[in-house]
Design a protein around this ligand. Structure first.
Ligand SMILES: C=Cc1c2[nH]c(c1C)Cc1[nH]c(c(CCC(=O)O)c1C)Cc1[nH]c(c(C)c1CCC(=O)O)Cc1[nH]c(c(C)c1C=C)C2
Length: 574
């Protein structure tokens, strides 16, 4: 079998040569650092685990629990009739075949947590269905923002110093960058008593407001679809938050990190050291090293489908589909948790442990107690509008563009967050002549729709997307195919005070369930697929420690890991 060709030119390599990471046994020192288990009960050795929710977090939890606890019996409860949660891929008919549309997520990055995802892909025999986009491809190098009334290509080292300086000198979007960065080390650090702050306020203090409004807010749109003036600097940029306090400057902290090692929590240090020790197949390593992002032939849904197939094939995992969890309650004195589905009179089962991969709001709803287990964590709604045009090259080469908060209203009355050029990112070989067509996704809403009581319907969403594309890219053509996806509550917002909420949740869950309920999901340690997979991996590793899955929140930075340099085998720790 051959690895799928990317149109960006990776030579196909024999599959067995590829993606065969060999993870050596955990070194003794790391096992010792985690500490010996004090005791193990029968139910720890033979756990009967309920997993609530079959999105990527639930599926990945089942995968790692099965791998790390071979005696586990697992039941995955899912309210709907489909698996994968936000991983949704659809095919729409077009004149000469079909076109693949992604509902939410489209690409995955291979760095750090992404290595786990790549391992998973190998285990699931997905490597041949994976499309890798090279870092040198235009999709990876050309990133744009729309400010104030045109597309600005952001500088990339490969463009050369003159091009970069020219862009910085001529584009208003980049006006504050050089003074902001040069002045940062000389600014006073924050007051010691400050426990958290919005990213907007934090970057305004450290750099300047222009960087926040014109640049950083765009990046925040692309990841969280959120408001930079509400999201937490401490939760989303913990290392920078620490650098200001400890090094008095972010820039100084970064320079020191490069020279002496990057500050890390104990858990991250263990994880990082293991990543560095992984023995990747040389051919696969070359592919990964050259990869900017990857995706799947039939879209992100493939990852969920293959995970589910793998779990079902194990004989130890049962899927209870269309079984909405109605209530969970700890059976005191029995060390068991009861899971009741469908209604108050619906069927119930007891389990030794429950892993909730539900949203915090949903978990609070199914908990039988009177107070909320998890304090309120706001979410945003994003409407993604996929469009397919017969005419090729209706957009410039590149990943797409993000729209910062500072872009004037008259340039963005649709309240869009950005546009992804899907054709450039994940060319789908199944689509006849796909390279000759144009496929785009317009992202609307997010925090712009905060407080709205009703939202655009399908036709209105399509009209908004078309009017934006006409103004920004001059596209007047009617799309041959389109799809509007309203993603309700899809991205949790880590607003100021988020980590304090997680600590409160940890206390509540621990008090009510004594280690029998654990939580995972995109509201804990990152909203991306890689983050969810990593979170599930860590949950499984610490499964028998009696925790809730929230123990790492606010963990101190205790180690430094030196970045790997060419010729070095792996970094050192201090
Ligand atoms: C519903 C839409 C989503 C938006 N953000 C996310 C989703 C699912 C989650 C997300 N997006 C990105 C990250 C960064 C880390 C990562 O895992 O890659 C996360 C957690 C980055 C990103 N955003 C967009 C793309 C194509 C990428 C990856 C590409 C890359 O970095 O090279 C597009 C995009 N996503 C959203 C918007 C508004 C948007 C606009 C162009 C919201």
């Amino acid at each position: 079998m051959l690895l799928r060709h990317s149109c960006h030119g990776f030579t196909p390599v024999a599959r067995k040569q590829l993606l065969r990471p060999h993870t050596p046994q955990w070194p003794r020192v790391l096992v010792d650092r985690i500490g010996p288990r004090l005791y193990s009960t029968h139910s720890d050795r033979n756990p009967d685990i309920a997993i609530l929710g079959a999105g990527i977090s639930g599926l990945a939890s089942a995968y790692y629990l099965l791998r790390d606890h071979p005696n586990a019996k697992i039941t995955v409860y899912e309210a709907s009739d489909r698996l994968g949660g936000w991983l949704q891929s659809h095919r729409a008919p077009v004149r000469d075949g079909s076109v693949l549309f992604e509902g939410a997520l489209r690409t995955i990055r291979p760095a750090v947590n992404g290595a786990l995802t790549l391992q998973l892909i190998e285990d699931l025999d997905l490597a041949t269905d994976t499309i890798f986009t090279k870092s040198t491809a235009p999709a990876a190098r050309n990133r744009y923002i729309y400010y104030p009334d045109h597309l600005v290509r952001l500088p990339h080292p490969s463009f050369g110093i003159f091009n970069i300086l020219y862009t910085i000198a001529t584009e208003k979007a980049l006006a504050g960058v050089i003074p902001g960065v040069l002045g940062e080390p000389f600014r006073d650090p924050r007051d010691e008593k400050m426990s958290d702050e919005s990213i907007g306020e934090f970057f305004s203090r450290r750099f300047n407001k222009s960087i926040v409004d014109r640049l950083a807010s765009a990046v925040i749109h692309g990841i969280y679809a959120g408001d930079i003036w509400q999201l937490s600097a401490k939760s989303l940029f913990p290392r920078l938050w620490r650098d200001e306090a400890v090094e008095s400057s972010i820039v100084t902290g970064m320079v020191r990190g490069r020279a002496e090692g990057i500050p890390m929590t104990e858990q991250d240090a263990d994880f990082y050291m293991n990543l560095k020790k992984m023995q990747w197949d040389p051919a696969m390593k070359r592919v990964i090293d050259m990869t900017s992002v990857f995706t799947f032939k039939d879209g992100s849904q493939m990852l969920a489908d293959r995970l589910a197939e793998h779990l079902m094939g194990s004989g130890q995992v049962t899927f209870a589909m269309e079984s909405p969890v109605h209530a969970i309650s700890a059976l005191k004195g029995q060390d068991l948790v009861e899971v009741r589905t469908k209604s108050a009179a619906g069927p119930s089962r007891t389990h030794t442990h429950v892993v909730s991969a539900l949203s915090p709001a949903h978990l609070n709803k199914v908990w039988a107690g009177s107070n909320a287990l998890v304090p309120h964590i706001p979410t945003v709604n994003v409407m993604t509008v996929n469009l397919y045009f017969r005419t090729p090259n209706l957009h410039p080469d590149g990943f797409g563009y993000l729209i910062p908060q500072a872009t004037p209203f008259e340039q963005n009355p649709e309240r869009a967050l950005g546009v992804v050029f899907d054709t450039a990112y994940a060319p789908d070989p199944a689509e006849a002549q796909s390279a000759l067509r144009t496929k785009l996704t317009v992202m609307l809403g997010g925090h712009w729709w905060d407080g709205w009581s009703s939202f655009p319907d399908e036709q209105e969403g399509l009209a908004l997307a078309k009017s934006l594309l006409e103004r920004h890219l001059g596209i007047k053509e009617e799309p041959e195919a389109w799809r509007v996806n309203m993603q309700k509550d899809c991205i949790p917002q880590y607003v100021v005070g988020h980590s304090a909420k997680l600590k409160e949740a940890q206390n509540n869950i621990s008090r009510e369930f004594s280690g029998r309920l654990k939580v995972t999901g995109n509201w804990i340690a990152g909203v991306g697929v890689n983050d969810c997979i990593r979170n599930a991996y860590e949950l499984s590793r610490s499964f028998n420690k009696g925790g809730t899955g929230l123990e790492q929140v606010d963990a101190p930075f205790t180690s430094r890991i030196r970045p790997v340099r060419a010729g070095e085998k792996h970094g050192s720790e201090s």
